[in-house]
Structure formats: C-alpha cells, structure tokens
Design a protein around this ligand. Structure first.
Ligand code: HEM
Length: 460
C-alpha cells in the first residue's frame, strides 16, 4: 500500500481507492461495466485518470497519438490471455413488421464473414442454406456460436486463470473438437484439390500463411485460430456499429428525414447497391457523414489497453513507471467538448464541407490553434496495431446501411432498455434491439433481402 501511495502515479487524479486495489476493475471487466467506470472517472477527474495502483486511463488527443503511434506501447496481457494460444497472441414479411434488428445485423455480419473468409455463409440468415461439402449441417452452423461462447468464457475467466496459474495450475482453452474437425476437413480438401480453392481469406492462409519465426507454413491449427480471431474481430464490431447508426438515426428524426430524402427509394428485390458506388457517388455523401459521426459517438472499442513494458514513459506531463497499464479512452476523447462542440449531439453535418455543413461549426473555429480538432478521432485505433479490417468494415457498413435505408423506414419499438456492456468491444447489453420496419416503395414484398446482401458482399 505504501509503495502504491508513494508511486509516481500518485499525482494523477482518481478515486482514493485507486491506489489500493484493482478489485473494482476486475468486477468492471467481468460484468462488462468497466466502460462506465472509465466514463464517470474522466468526467470527474479529467483526461488522465488513475483507476488502479498501476492502471491509468488516457483520453487526451496528443497522448493518444503517443500511446498508439509514436511511443507505440505494447498491448496489455489481456489480449494474449483470451487467445486460445496465450503465447501466440423470419418474421418480417408484412408491412410495419417488428424485427429484432440487432440480432439480424449480427447474423448478417456472420454470414458476410462466412462468404468472404470461407466462401460459404454460416446459414444464419437462411437456415436452408447448405453447409460446406463434407461437413455436417448443424456443425457448420454452430461454428459462430462456438467461437463467441469460447471468447466470453475466456474473457470472464481471465483473472481466475491467472490466479490458478500462480498456484501452479494451468487452465488451457481449446475450441470445440467438432469445430476444429470441420475446419480441418475444409483445409485438407483445399490443400489436396486445387479446384476447391477460391479467392477468400482461408485460401490466402493456406497458400501464403507462414510463421514469421522460421518461415514454415501455418498449421491447420494456427489457421483455425487466426480464422476464429478474424471472425470475432469482424462481426461484433460491424454489427454493433451499424446497430448504433440505426439507433442514432431513429432517435434523431431530423437526421432520419434528411438521410432518407437523400437516398433513392428501392424495392426489396432491386439490385444491391455496392460499397464502391456508395463511396464514390455524391448522392451518398450524407450517409457517409452519418457513418463517420456514428463511429465518433460509438467507437465500438471504447478503450484499448496498452502497457509501459520495462521502461519509464513520459506522457501528458506525467512519468509512468514500468508495468503500468495505460488505457486509451477512445470514447471519452470522441466525446470531449474541447474537440467536438455539442459532443453528445449526433451531428453528421460536422463531417461535410461548405454549405453542406448547415450551421455545424468549422473545426478551426472550435479550436483556433488547431485546424485538426477533427483528428481527435480513433475509431479504428492508429499505429501498427490499428484495425486491419477498416476497409472491409467501411464497405460492410455502407452496404448494409444503404441497402436497408433505400428500402425500409424504421421506428424504434418503445419501452426497450438500451444499455451497453463492454467485453473488449461494446455490445448491446441484451443482444437485442427491436424496431418496426415498413417498405419505402409503394409495394409489399418479402423482407428481408439480407440473403441477397450477404451474397453480394461475399462476391466483392
Ligand atoms: C466498424 C467496425 C470495426 C471497428 C470500429 C474496429 C475497430 C478496431 C480497433 C479500434 C482495433 C485496435 C485494437 C487495439 O487498439 O488494440 C481493431 C483491431 C483489429 N481489427 Fe477491427 N474494427 C472493425 C471491424 C473489423 C473487421 C470487419 C475486421 C476483419 C475483417 C477486423 C479485424 C481486426 C483485427 C484482426 C484487429 C487486430 C489487429 C492487431 O492487433 O494487430 N476489424 N479493430
């Protein structure tokens, strides 16, 4: 306790108990509420706060750049801990129908990842879709669930695992045998039979994947690990982010009216609009601004842990001793009124130029010395650990949002408690968010066209 109170970190503001214990942080991480602790602490104590004896949260723009890019602090051990290998780190066919949009978006994201990484969707949207050749249907369709269940188990038990390790008991995690067998089967078939190959991520790992240490080819087991991590990193993130976009759109009627008016009106079976078209066509600029603004208000990675390693690090006028956890608070930075006037307002116009800004303050006027206040923005992080899926994520967000909103208007079902939990990424706490949808075109057709969308995404 004396060491902790006398620590060089003692000058950093924070609650009194931060010097004494990490129990509250452990509880926050295990229950998914750590983001609420960080948010409240930043509000009370400022951009640099101490929440544990050696745990500091940072929401200052310049410090963030240092953490992520110039000093490039290593990641905290939590990420390795939740890796398998610790050491190697229907219901909506009619007008005005209620759907669980969060659940549907999650299924869409999984099937898009299935199409793009394995060349086959996981049958989440359309259960009649056949599984991979040679793999039993129910096993193939259970793969995403097995991956998520595995992650949740590992995340919630990180501290328990460490405790057992100090007692000399090593608890190792592994994927379900059936899942490994299924993926192994596909890898073996593709290795033997070149006609089975297709330009997807799995094929890339089979033909190009090498171990950096000795240049040997990746084993099937390593491929399974990597594919699982990409599937995890690429589904919760996009589905949660798109759900937040729809949430902001329905909760801001002026934005919704302007956005829907800016988009063409399509029938459900009309051709899918591609992400390239959305990116390059003037008509979609307000939609692009809405996506950008949503990434500001709802960075799916609320915070990301780094650590000082074996060296002292100087940040924001403080000296951080070795082995200090430094959490980059993206969410607090993105909601800081110093950079973002009316930070809690969903204001897509801030991302537009000239007259299109429609009264949104110019960044320069926000902070006279800094034309780049809009750079206080790290939804995909920065530096060498930044998101490898950024372009994929943008393509998916554009396609899903544009193809949905050109076809359907939506309203939130009232009386729902929308809260978030943070298990690495922010998630809708209940995993559910219901809306009613009605077709925008004067024609009643089947909904949803999610299937056409996932297939189109897979062929991009
Ligand atoms: C809106 C969607 C997404 C957001 C907001 C997002 C955000 C992020 C952030 C902030 C990080 C950095 C984590 C850190 O600083 O430690 C990250 C890492 C990563 N992301 Fe994404 N991501 C998204 C979608 C995707 C997709 C679609 C994929 C895959 C197709 C993906 C794959 C990854 C991977 C593999 C990493 C780890 C990179 C590394 O550690 O070197 N992400 N993402």
């Amino acid at each position: 306790v004396i060491i902790s109170v006398r620590s060089p970190l003692s000058k950093i503001p924070g609650p009194w108990y931060a010097t004494l214990t990490t129990m509250h942080l452990r509880w926050g991480f295990a229950t998914g509420n750590v983001w609420k602790m960080a948010e409240a602490a930043h509000k009370q104590y400022g951009p640099i706060v101490r929440l544990g004896p050696r745990q500091v949260w940072v929401a200052d723009k310049e410090c963030m750049k240092q953490i992520l890019v110039s000093i490039d602090l290593p990641k905290v051990a939590m990420y390795a801990e939740i890796s398998r290998d610790r050491h190697n780190p229907d219901n909506a066919n009619h007008y005005g129908t209620e759907i669980d949009l969060m659940e549907d978006l999650h299924k869409v994201a999984l099937d898009i990842m299935g199409e793009c990484s394995f060349g086959k969707s996981f049958g989440q949207i359309n259960p009649d879709k056949k599984a991979e050749v040679g793999v039993e249907d129910h096993i193939w369709k259970s793969i995403p669930r097995a991956i998520f269940a595995g992650l949740a188990k590992r995340y919630q038990n990180v501290y328990l695992k460490r405790l057992f390790r100090t007692l000399g008991i090593n608890i190792e995690f592994d994927w379900p045998v059936q899942m490994i067998t299924a993926i192994d089967h596909i890898v073996q078939r593709r290795r033997v039979n070149s006609e089975d190959s297709r330009p997807d991520l799995l094929q890339h790992m089979i033909t190009e994947g090498k171990n950096p240490a000795d240049d040997t080819r990746m084993s099937t087991r390593q491929i399974v690990d990597q594919m699982s991590e990409v599937l995890l990193a690429g589904t919760e993130t996009t589905s949660g982010t798109i759900a937040c976009l729809f949430l902001e759109v329905v909760r801001n009627p002026d934005v919704k009216a302007k956005l829907l008016a800016s988009l063409p009106i399509l029938k459900p079976d009309d051709p899918i609009i591609t992400s390239k078209e959305i990116r390059n066509t003037e008509q979609y600029k307000y939609l692009n601004a809405c996506i950008q603004e949503n990434l500001r208000l709802h960075p799916i990675a609320s915070e990301m842990g780094r650590r000082t390693g074996n060296e002292w690090v100087s940040l924001g006028g403080h000296e951080f001793p070795p082995h200090t956890v430094v959490s980059a608070s993206y969410r607090a930075l993105h909601r800081n009124s110093k950079y973002w006037p009316q930070p809690l307002r969903f204001w897509p116009e801030r991302w537009l130029e000239g007259d299109d800004r429609d009264g949104a303050p110019e960044p320069e006027l926000v902070l006279p010395s800094l034309t780049s206040s809009m750079n206080a923005y790290f939804p995909f992080s920065a530096g060498k650990h930044s998101c490898i899926g950024i372009n994929f994520a943008w393509a998916e967000m554009r396609m899903v949002a544009a193809n949905f909103l050109t076809r359907f208007d939506l309203e939130e079902v009232i009386g729902q408690d929308v809260d978030f939990r943070q298990f690495i990424t922010m998630q809708f706490k209940t995993g559910s968010w219901k809306v009613t949808v009605k077709p925008r075109a004067e024609i009643i057709q089947d909904f949803p066209s999610w299937l056409a969308l996932t297939e189109a995404a897979g062929s991009l």
